[in-house]
Design a protein around this ligand. Structure first.
Ligand SMILES: [Fe+2]
Length: 329
């Protein structure tokens, strides 16, 4: 496990993976001095295990820069106890699912790294508050920041866990991780402007996104089908009404952040669609039938409208997929 031990007497932390220092006072959009060399998938795993959300966010941006500059490289053939292509080919077979939990427990110690707060609770325990109050708006922004923090972890997990894929696959998911880190930074910074009581971790949160990651940790095609193409695609539907709520509460800055998030999330779902189709083609299976089977096999939540069909179309869902989605309501 990566050791990001705080340096005594200073705000910096030492990164034992890269041998570099991180300035803990780094604001969200400042240049990062972190250097990450070597195997980019190994760095992604170290970042996934990192608990501090702000260090994780800036580390992801640094890793994206390091890969872009050729300082860090993908080694698709390396295994870190993740899932190889041979297993991927058979993992969608329902008879293999029974073996997944034990293997996942052994592989996944310390994954994902996350802070002591927010306290994770069942979705039923979360209070609903009207966004007309400052507390209600803070709770909404906190819930969104928590989704983005999970989304950073999900994209990092897609990098280290699944081996033997084309370099473009890893480039795509690192770009997703970097954009999720930016979203987290925007939301958590905006949350703090609502008052001293508000910071990421100040409200409880639920763990639904990561729970699906855990369930699909041994099945690459299911991960693509059910995380980016299902749970993240649901964000495309949810984004416009949330933006409208923030705007109606007079939060123009919050509404503007939602615009950035929706624009980027269309790209993330498109990346999910691209690699899901690539995987289906390679396995010789029909994307729509396979999706329906995986949704049942892994107990995917049932999606309900209204759907943001324009955003879903822009993210690469075709007419047949959109018709199947609407028919399943
Ligand atoms: Fe995001």
């Amino acid at each position: 496990m990566a050791d990001f031990t705080p340096v005594p007497g200073g705000g910096a932390a030492h990164n034992a993976v890269s041998g570099s220092s991180i300035d803990a006072s780094w604001p969200c959009d400042a240049p990062v001095m972190l250097v990450m060399t070597g195997c980019a998938r190994e760095r992604a795993l170290a970042l996934l295990r990192l608990c501090d959300p702000y260090e994780k966010a800036r580390g992801v941006a640094a890793l994206r820069d390091a890969v872009r500059d050729g300082i860090a490289r993908w080694h698709p053939e390396r295994r870190f106890g993740g899932v190889g292509m041979a297993e991927m080919a058979g993992a969608s077979d329902p008879s293999n699912v029974a073996n997944a939990p034990k293997a996942a427990d052994e592989r996944d110690a310390g994954i994902p790294g996350r802070p002591a707060l927010p306290r994770l609770v069942s979705p039923r325990e979360l209070k609903h508050r009207a966004v007309t109050s400052v507390e209600g708006r803070a709770a909404l922004l906190h819930a969104l920041a928590h989704i983005e923090f999970n989304a950073i972890n999900l994209a990092l997990d897609a990098l280290w866990r699944f081996e033997g894929l084309p370099a473009e696959y890893y480039d795509d998911w690192l770009q997703v991780a970097a954009e999720e880190a930016h979203h987290f930074s925007l939301l958590s910074t905006h949350l703090k402007t609502l008052g001293d009581a508000y910071d990421y971790g100040c409200f409880p949160a639920h763990d639904g996104l990561w729970e699906m990651a855990r369930r699909t940790s041994g099945d690459w095609l299911a991960r693509l089908a059910l995380v980016p193409r299902t749970l993240e695609a649901r964000g495309l539907d949810a984004s416009p009404p949330i933006k409208a709520k923030l705007a109606s509460a007079g939060d123009a800055a919050g509404a503007a952040i939602l615009d950035i998030i929706l624009r980027d999330e269309i790209g993330h779902v498109a990346i999910g669609n691209r690699w899901y189709r690539w995987g289906c083609e390679r396995a010789g299976c029909d994307p729509i039938e396979t999706y329906a089977r995986l949704a049942v096999q892994y107990s995917a939540p049932r999606l309900r409208g209204p759907f943001n069909l324009a955003a879903r179309r822009a993210a690469g869902f075709d007419d047949d997929e959109l018709a199947a989605l609407q028919a399943s309501e």
